[in-house]
Design a protein around this ligand. Structure first.
Ligand code: NAD
Length: 246
């Protein structure tokens, strides 16, 4: 039987690459995104071409009402969730801490922390009811270790929250054989840098990476699929850095 995998933020970047690889590896997919319908539809087409079912699930992860509708749609279509990639996330424009506004901080933590925790909660409830275990991968960032001074300390702090959430939730649900791990990508070539106002950020900073290059979304996707798989059956509550040694 094909396993059902929910991926948040699946219309672009790491989420899209993970969806395509998951389809190849035999998962059926619930593909969440916020507004990029065309991007999500293209990912769904590729997943279906690989033999997977793909359900489009538009919802802002920061909106509990939209999340409720999303999980209802997944329940109706698949009736179960075996794997979650908690990937939706945002950065802000480059700024020092003295320039951060209340609105920006609220949005950063609503999406990156509260959204991820609510999605994990709803997924765990379903996995516990199913009684067959499951696997969750949360997307953190190397920023959680580095702090991102003068760039986006708020983003780094939100990802540090994801690290400890991964540890705590992992311990809580380990008796249910639900494994919870995190991936900390480094400088990965996606559009997130342009959304933060710096399209060339990853390439500009590549010289700071020990391996001397940026990473690809596919390289992060492979780490995520490993942690979801039975190959990682004794791995839980931990973080995997996919950051070229940085
Ligand atoms: P991206 O901007 O290319 O894609 C982000 C995805 O998240 C999109 O599908 C977007 O629709 C979705 N999204 C954003 N806000 C949302 C919301 N409120 N509700 C639902 N979906 C939403 O980003 P990416 O580079 O692929 O990043 C994916 C994850 O990896 C993020 O959590 C990011 O913080 C993390 N990450 C990325 C890098 C990097 O260098 N690209 C490094 C470290 C961590």
């Amino acid at each position: 039987m094909r396993r059902i995998c929910l991926i948040t933020g699946a219309s672009a970047g790491i989420g899209a690459a993970t969806a395509r690889l998951a389809a190849e590896r035999g998962y059926d997919l619930a593909l969440n995104y916020r507004t990029d319908h065309a991007g999500a539809a293209a990912v769904a087409d590729d997943c279906q071409a690989a033999g997977a079912q793909a359900l489009l699930c538009p919802a802002d992860v920061a909106r509990p009402d939209e999340l409720s509708a999303m999980f209802a749609a997944i329940d109706a279509r698949f009736g179960r969730i075996d794997a979650l990639v908690n990937n939706a996330g945002i950065v802000g424009q480059t700024a020092g801490v003295t320039d951060l506004t209340h609105d920006r901080l609220r949005r950063m933590f609503d999406v990156n922390v509260i959204g991820a925790m609510l999605v994990a909660k709803e997924t765990v409830l379903r996995m516990q009811a199913q009684g067959q275990g499951g696997a969750i991968v949360n997307l953190s960032s190397a920023a959680a270790r580095i702090g991102s001074a003068n760039q986006y300390v708020d983003y780094a702090a939100s990802k540090a929250a994801i690290d400890i959430f991964t540890k705590g939730l992992g311990e809580e649900v380990a008796p249910d054989n639900i494994r919870v791990n995190g991936v900390r990508p480094g400088l990965i070539e996606t559009d997130i840098h342009a959304k933060g106002g710096e399209p060339d950020r990853a390439r500009r900073m590549a010289h700071m990476v020990p391996i001397r290059r940026t990473g690809s979304a596919q390289e992060v996707a492979r780490a995520i699929l490993f942690l979801l798989s039975d190959e990682a059956s004794y791995v839980t509550g931990t973080m995997l850095d996919v950051a070229g040694g940085r």
